[in-house]
Design a binder for this molecule. Structure first.
Ligand SMILES: [Zn+2]
Length: 83
């Protein structure tokens, strides 16, 4: 079984777990933020949202909010989400 990488929505530090889910909820060792660590696969999908599709406050939003927004706005192709 391969390890999956999960990314802190605040500081983008990563942790690894031996299971594959969309996100895990934990407190970050680096920045102390408690929240949803996105699966790195999903993080990459968020990074791939084209610039012209991004709302003005995109850069100010934590990763998990960007992901939620992108999903709601249909910016993410659900076929990418094979997690
Ligand atoms: Zn963090």
């Amino acid at each position: 079984m391969t390890d999956e990488t999960y990314v802190c929505p605040e500081c983008t530090s990563t942790v690894e777990r031996d299971y594959n889910v969309r996100y895990i909820v934990r407190t970050c060792d680096e920045c102390g933020h408690n929240g949803r660590f996105l699966n790195e696969t999903l993080t990459n999908v968020v990074y791939d949202v084209p610039e012209e599709e991004r709302p003005d406050d995109w850069a100010d939003q934590p990763l998990d909010e960007r992901f939620r927004h992108a999903l709601e706005e249909g910016l993410i192709d659900r076929t990418d989400l094979d997690v």
